[in-house]
Design a protein around this ligand. Structure first.
Ligand SMILES: C[S@@+](CC[C@H](N)C(=O)[O-])C[C@H]1O[C@@H](n2cnc3c(N)ncnc32)[C@H](O)[C@@H]1O
Length: 194
């Protein structure tokens, strides 16, 4: 499970002076997702952050929503020792019981097709209601990201590759948020993508 790539130099490079995103930006996103869940009458009481890195989401939850049960995991020994996560590889691990919200942001591009497929299955098992998911795609690498600030040495796949797999168990609410079809949340027709 030890992954040498995600060491101190990796985190200094991408989360040091010029981080790919700030804690402040993530705070807006976490607030929006948390409030949407309340709007849909299925509030978030437990959270799992997968491939947490610096742990911006789990830190926001621990600080701003202290009544929410928070677990954060990462494959990197350095990230676990520095930021306090459990060491888990999402391609081979899923929790024994599901969480209301699972967050997996910018992780699956580091896994090859076979392991990314396994990881998507484990993320699905881990999710009771909401999945916040993002991964660098071929399109993003070309068109949307700051190429100097982003690690492009990854397994780039199409958005369709991820959508097809996620759509088997989730409805796409948009902006990275997916709602598990087996959950109690009922989305209006125009609240989700087809
Ligand atoms: C680009 S960072 C993203 C960190 C954080 N999610 C964020 O959005 O800022 C990628 C993270 O994924 C973790 N990671 C890579 N492969 C993983 C795996 N198979 N299981 C769990 N974590 C993994 C790395 O250790 C690293 O912390």
């Amino acid at each position: 499970m030890v992954n040498q790539r995600f060491n101190k130099s990796y985190f200094d490079r991408y989360y040091g002076k010029r981080p790919v995103r700030s804690l402040h930006e993530v705070a807006h996103l976490a607030t929006a997702v948390h409030e949407l869940a309340t709007w849909w009458s299925s509030p978030i009481r437990s959270v799992l952050e997968v491939g947490a890195g610096p742990g911006d989401w789990s830190n926001w939850y621990r600080t701003m929503q202290p009544n929410v049960r928070v677990t954060s995991v990462d494959v990197s020994e350095h990230a676990c020792a520095t930021y306090g996560h459990q060491q888990r590889d999402i391609s081979s691990w899923s929790p024994s019981s599901p969480f209301d919200l699972v967050i997996c942001m910018d992780v699956l591009q580091y896994l090859d097709d076979i392991n990314a497929t396994r990881a998507l299955r484990n993320l699905t098992k881990a999710t009771r209601t909401y999945l916040y998911f993002d991964a660098l795609t071929t399109f993003d690498a070309k068109h949307t990201v700051d190429r100097d600030a982003t690690d492009l040495d990854a397994h780039l796949r199409s958005g369709t590759w991820y959508r097809q797999r996620l759509s088997r168990s989730f409805k796409q609410a948009g902006a990275g948020l997916w709602v598990r079809k087996t959950s109690s949340v009922v989305l209006h027709e125009l609240e989700h993508a087809r």
